[in-house]
Design a protein around this ligand. Structure first.
Ligand SMILES: [Zn+2]
Ligand SMILES: [Zn+2]
Length: 329
């Protein structure tokens, strides 16, 4: 623990043949400057041997002290990793040396240094679990038959020309603290429920309307937009780079409202100093962006719960509150 760093100076020292930048704090101590970063990316591309890629990626991450979550499938890679800036950069550079991953579209964000408890590198049927691995078609250009890609600026151009409907491609709970203005939010607890939801007829009035799907970083919409297109939605767009990229471009001065839920230690991300607080505490109704698990140990429901109520004891989701009997571990 050092003192303030207001009048600190930075200098580089050579130590163990590596450059370590140190800060001279006001109390005269030096300590390394940690620059924790989070890298988010995905690539849809045919992978003949995902297990070999898994072993390579795992060793690469271990050698660089990265933690996070990487999922591989015959359709590509979906990764969120965190670590020191220099290490994450080296990871990205090495990953791009593999030709199918050369075009990785990297999304960076600030980390805290303890955003992920561990490293998990797995092979699954799908890199995002829609429960439709046999339907998804992927070639060297990516998902076949997906929605038309829109950059954040393209999106605004389209909105200048016509009325679009935002379609939330995330789990319903993620939208409770942030969403696009007037978005349709499907009632899904997991991505696996999307197919039944879009086949339910509930959205058939949108089949010939311009629909813009969005999700955190874009990966879920790659699949969702293709599933919607093949089910007769004729004008499906997808927000390229997801809310992350939109927030970088327009902050809280566009058509996104609130905080972005993220699946790591940060909990959520804000894009400006004037982010609207959309969440309402399930217990007291106060405005908050804080989310926590249902206190039932078996339940994975995420609830909006303010700080005070979170500290004030167990908070249960509706079904578990109604039953009154928490299930056993
Ligand atoms: Zn509360
Ligand atoms: Zn629950």
């Amino acid at each position: 623990m050092g003192g303030g760093t207001d009048r600190s100076t930075c200098r580089a020292t050579s130590q163990n043949s590596a450059f370590i930048i140190q800060t001279l704090t006001t109390d005269g101590y030096t300590r390394p400057v940690a620059v924790p970063k989070i890298l988010l990316f995905y690539v849809f591309t045919p992978l003949a041997d995902p297990e070999a890629i898994r072993l390579w990626q795992r060793e690469l991450c271990r050698s660089l002290d990265l933690t996070g979550r990487i999922v591989l499938s015959p359709h590509g890679i979906n990764a969120t990793v965190g670590g020191e800036l220099a290490d994450v950069k080296r990871y990205l550079r090495t990953t791009r040396e593999y030709a199918p991953f050369a075009g990785v579209d990297a999304k960076w964000s600030e980390g805290t240094g303890h955003d992920f408890p561990k490293l998990s590198v797995k092979v699954r049927d799908e890199i995002v679990t829609f429960g439709a691995p046999d339907e998804l078609r992927v070639d060297e250009q990516g998902v076949v038959g997906g929605g038309t890609r829109l950059s954040p600026d393209d999106l605004h151009d389209l909105m200048d020309r016509e009325q679009v409907t935002f379609f939330d491609g995330r789990n319903e709970f993620e939208s409770r603290i942030g969403r696009f203005r007037d978005a349709v939010v499907p009632d899904v607890a997991t991505t696996r429920e999307f197919v039944a939801e879009i086949e339910s007829g509930r959205y058939d009035h949108l089949k010939d309307e311009p629909i813009v799907t969005y999700c955190t970083g874009g990966v879920r919409c790659e699949v969702l937009s293709s599933l919607m297109t093949s089910r007769g939605f004729s004008r499906v767009y997808q927000l390229e780079g997801g809310v992350v990229r939109y927030g970088e471009r327009f902050g809280d001065d566009g058509v996104w409202d609130g905080s972005l839920y993220v699946f790591d230690g940060r909990g959520s991300v804000d894009f400006s100093d004037h982010t609207a607080v959309l969440g309402r505490c399930v217990r007291c109704g106060d405005a908050t962006k804080r989310m926590q698990n249902c206190s039932d140990v078996q339940c994975r429901e995420q609830l909006v719960v303010c700080d005070a109520c979170g500290r004030g004891g167990a908070v249960h989701c509706d079904p578990h509150r109604a039953s009154g009997v928490p299930s056993q571990p």
